[in-house]
Design a binder for this molecule. Sequence first.
Ligand SMILES: C[S@@+](CC[C@H](N)C(=O)[O-])C[C@H]1O[C@@H](n2cnc3c(N)ncnc32)[C@H](O)[C@@H]1O
Length: 395
Amino acid sequence: MGSKRFMLSNGLGDLLREQLPYANRFIDPFCGSGGVINFVAKNLNFKGEIIAGDLQKYAVVLARAVIGRTKVFDAEYLKRAWIEKAKKKLNTSKLLNKANGVDQKYSGKIKLRVNAARKLCKTPSKIGPVWRAYGGHYFSPKQAITIDYLLNTLPKQTKYRDICLAATIIAASRAAAAPGHTAQPFQPTAGAGKFIEIAWRTDIFKSCDSALKELVPLHAKVKGRAMVSDAKKLIPKLKRGDLVLLDPPYSGVQYSRFYHVLETIARGYCGEVTGIGRYPDISERPQSEFSNAGQSYKALEQLLSGLSRKKVKVIFTFPKGKSSNGLSGDKVIELAKKYFNLDKNKSRIHKHVIGRFSTLGGNNKFNKHNREKKSRVKSEELVLLLKPKKTYESR
Ligand SMILES: C[S@@+](CC[C@H](N)C(=O)[O-])C[C@H]1O[C@@H](n2cnc3c(N)ncnc32)[C@H](O)[C@@H]1O
């Protein structure tokens, strides 16, 4: 989200602000962590329907928590009805006592603490998936069992469930003992051990409460829809007058590798996990043609040609240089021009500096030799405005 945050504060944000008043609906088929949707809900008085899609369920849950509502919810009510209930249940848990025992016994000895935590989390638990899959790795045993109880006590009413599940995902993503995303957890080495200690100190209940308070004021003017879907499957639902934001992957590594922990929380289950990253089986990790160098160009061409047939307007953001999924700014422009009128006056190149992990491996510019040291990289992103061909729309 690093790059998107900067882009929304000027280039992309300005273009959305300018174009949304002309749109009947706003469609975000690659909604990701919902950065753009939250921006539209928070800053723009958009009166049309918002539709979001993504291959990953966690992204859809985050989007739905905002666009699935037209009212502010009462965070204190949700805290009482959900977080307090989870706390009460957790306090009766034998696993909680054992988790606290490990924390106390090995306080200040991170390697021993991690080993004991991993051993403890092999104890079977029927409460939820996080304890077994990620306890002792991305989360302390206490954090893992807390997340499981939060999932276990989610409100039954869909409207409340959506926002509470979104708050759990946000809290877990902020707490995870991993660098920037959840491809691999920190290991208890001399260098990284301290990061585990810091991450494992996060109080999940408090973090969930903060996330709820951030989410409750965000809502749409018209109740929108969010669905797990391949972007191309949304095309039949589109029509003239729609404004479509395209922010497809630029990384040749699947997003589901980076976000499987959040995906497990969103789904409420996962099968066996393996490796240092604790990955579920590939069948549980959505695979995108856009993150496959052999398929990305064709996938983009199919998408753009489908969108052009629907006569929608498109805002397209993509890194200007070469990306690891085989696409590049030049290829994107070439395809965009084939199917749309590229509005040169309104399109721009956005320059900024972003965190290394924001690229998700999509930027090829790293120096092999100082990869560990380089924490900031320069990024140039295209923000293109594409208008339907052979029409009279001139705005
Ligand atoms: C660059 S990110 C989008 C970031 C988002 N705009 C934000 O503000 O957080 C790309 C997203 O596209 C999703 N994705 C990848 N392939 C997809 C496909 N074929 N259809 C729909 N979503 C896809 C990924 O799961 C990822 O969340």
